[in-house]
Design a protein around this ligand. Structure first.
Ligand SMILES: [Zn+2]
Length: 72
């Protein structure tokens, strides 16, 4: 099967999905936020989930980095 058969949609208008990441490591080190190099609609927000601060990153659903983040 050719890689050309389906190109990932990572444009600004692509469908997006979110993943929540801990804002701090266990030793208190802050989670560094870098713009995603693989998709254009990437953005992040800080949310509070059950009293814990989390960084919610939004990526294009097809983004390779996003797929990597949500696979486990
Ligand atoms: Zn991305």
């Amino acid at each position: 099967m050719s890689n050309e058969s389906r190109k990932p949609n990572v444009t600004y208008s692509a469908p997006i999905g979110s993943v929540d990441l801990l804002a701090f490591k266990e030793d208190g080190t802050p989670h560094e936020i870098w713009a995603c190099p693989d998709c254009l609609p990437w953005h992040a927000e800080v949310v509070r989930v059950g009293g814990e601060f989390m960084v919610r990153e939004w990526h294009a659903v097809d983004c390779a980095l996003f797929q990597d983040l949500i696979k486990d």
